[in-house]
Each structure stands twice: as C-alpha cells, then as structure tokens.
Design a protein around this ligand. Sequence first.
Ligand SMILES: NC(=O)c1ccc[n+]([C@@H]2O[C@H](COP(=O)([O-])OP(=O)(O)OC[C@H]3O[C@@H](n4cnc5c(N)ncnc54)[C@H](OP(=O)(O)O)[C@@H]3O)[C@@H](O)[C@H]2O)c1
Length: 362
Amino acid sequence: MANLVRCGLVALAAVSLQGCSDDSPSPRPPETTSVTLRNGVKMPMLAAGTWQYNDSVAEETLIAAVHAGFVHIDTAYDYHNQVGVGRGIQKSGKPRDSLFITSKVPGCGLQNTTAKTVEQCKTETDDKIALDLQQLNLSYLDMVLVHFPPCPGDDGSAESPSECSCYGPKNGCSHPQSCDMIKAQWSVLTDAYKKKQIRAIGVSNYCSACLECLTGSEVFPMINQVQLHVGMGSDPEGFRTFAEKHEIKLQAYSPFGSGGHGSEQILKGNLTTSIGKAHGKSAAQVALKWIVSHNVSVATKSSNPAHLKANADIFDFTLSDTEMDSLDKATFASEDTPSFLCTDSNPSASQVQLKSEMSVVV
Ligand SMILES: NC(=O)c1ccc[n+]([C@@H]2O[C@H](COP(=O)([O-])OP(=O)(O)OC[C@H]3O[C@@H](n4cnc5c(N)ncnc54)[C@H](OP(=O)(O)O)[C@@H]3O)[C@@H](O)[C@H]2O)c1
C-alpha cells in the first residue's frame, strides 16, 4: 500500500518510475521526529540505548539522556541493567506517558534461556516480560522486541548469542524447528499486546526467513531493529526494501559501528567530518542524520552529556542529495551485517502476505 501511494505520487509528479518497483527502497521522505507504526502509535525517531552499562551507569545515562532531550529509551532484559534503567526513569522527572520505553526479550533457547520446546519457549517469554516490567518498575512498556531469532539446534546453554551455533554461519531461522519457536514466542508478545501490557511489538535481527514464519499472524511485527550505519550501504542485504514492502519500520542500532564503541571512520573519518563541517555539525551528527533521512529510526548510546546533547540535535539541518549519495555509497563497513544471526540473500523474492491489522490497541 505504502509502495502504491509512493509510486502513485511519483507518477503524478511525472518523474521517472525507475526505482519505484517493489524491489527498491523509497526516495527520501519528508523528515519527522517520530515514526507512526502500523497500529497508529507514534514512536520517537531517536532512542537512547543502554547496552553494556551496569545499573548505576544505566541510571545516570538515562537521566542525562532525558535532560538532553531524548524521550525514547532502548533497553533489553538481557542487558542486565533493568533495575538501574527503572531508577533512571523514576528520577528523570518526566511523567511516564511522556517517555517511550522499548525493551527486548531474548530469542528462545539462547542467553541462559533453556527452552527446547515451544511450550517452554512460551512460558519463558511470558516470565521474561513479567520480570522485565518488575525490574523496570513499570506497569506497561511502549514496545517489546524479540531480541534475536531463536537457534533451536542449540541446547540452550549459550550465554551470549555469539556463542550459539547460528552465529558464525549466520544460519538462524533455517532450522526445521525455527518457525515453531518464532510463532510460539510471537504469540506471547501478541497476547501481552492485546492485554495492553505493551503498546507495540516487534522483532530485532530478524531476516526475511524469520519474518515469513509470522505470515498470517493476527498482529505482524511493527518494527525490526537491525544494525545499520554509514559504510554498510543504505540498503544492506535488502533489509530496508523488505521492511518498506511489508510496512515494518526499520530501526537502526550501533549507528556509529564497531559494536557499541564507535568506529574511527564514522566518528572521525573524512567523509562524515567534511560533510559535518559544511553544516556546522559533527561527524556523529552526520552519521545519525543519514539514518533518519532514510526514514529509519535509530537507537544510539552515549554516557557523555555533551555527546547526548549533540546526538539529540540533528533536526535543524538537511543533507543534500549529493551528500546522501556519497554516504549511501560508502563501503568501508561492508563486512558488517544487519543481523548477527542470519543473512538475507534474496529478500525481494519473499512474498510475505500481511493479514489485515487487528483493531488498534493503544
Ligand atoms: N537489537 C540489538 O541486537 C542491538 C545490538 C546493539 C545495540 N543495540 C541498541 O542500540 C544502542 C546503540 O548502539 P551501540 O550501543 O552499539 O552504540 P553506538 O551509538 O553505535 O555507539 C556508542 C559509542 O559512540 C560514542 N559516541 C556516542 N555519541 C558520540 C558523539 N556525539 N561523538 C563521539 N562519540 C560518540 C560513545 O562514546 P561516549 O559514551 O563517550 O559518548 C560510544 O563509544 C545500544 O545501546 C542498544 O540499546 C541493539
């Protein structure tokens, strides 16, 4: 539908229809500070991340992020800092309903989850949502994501996704039991959404093969959070095209690269630095701006108040088409992939059919 509208508008403007097929990402949309999800919920474009922080750093960072202007916080059950995040939310001074809190539950069978059967997967996921809410000291979450696809071939003992057998070969969602696990876990999120414990639901690190398992679901994932940063290309493995085609909002993590530490090429490289100079902005601001200019929301992270302030201040300038083009074409991080557990070789061939969205639950 979105594609039809987009292509129709392009046709009306008598512009070439090239690039408007089902298999290409859309031209640059008008910029906004929030994205509207399929169920009508508005999600702020920029989120302050909390990965790799202990409780006290998470608490301090969250308060600093809110003071810098962030109203969207990105956390996860398996960051093991939910108590600190919860304290930060309480101490931020903001009413709960002015903040958008995203959390994640681990994919079944990984990270000390022991689920080997679909029933265990459901029970564990239900427990994790309840524990997450309890540790965060919240009565509801704005968004919950399945953090990564399950890896059912494993025995459940992998403490980190990087220790599971799907990690190296990136063959998540190819196991015969994958779809059963994915559906089971998703049904628990769907139930929590219908009970209004969660305002919106989505996934993370899911390739098209994982999403196809949810074909015909009562509620289809609203966002897919994946790695995306300058140097990977604007549509790595076709993830952006696939998401647009199926009305899933793509969200970027690790926008500065190098797994949570920021890469030299992004934060200090010639490309981002020179573009930044032309706008009186830093390389980091250009890297974030490039992502949101593609209408992709982004979770970024900093424990430095000056960096947080800068990262929130990216809506007062516009990258030119030439600048966007050169950032799109940068390939210095072409080894980085959107998901660490699976690969999309031919996503556009996939024909996921969405069932019409259930009535809005907000
Ligand atoms: N779904 C998933 O599997 C997944 C995976 C990874 C991350 N995430 C989420 O995405 C969030 C962000 O990704 P990330 O943690 O990889 O971090 P990131 O935002 O890509 O990079 C953070 C690094 O960049 C530095 N930095 C931030 N702003 C800067 C600025 N303006 N100037 C210079 N340096 C700056 C930070 O240092 P300072 O602290 O010194 O500023 C830190 O070293 C995570 O925290 C997490 O919430 C999700």
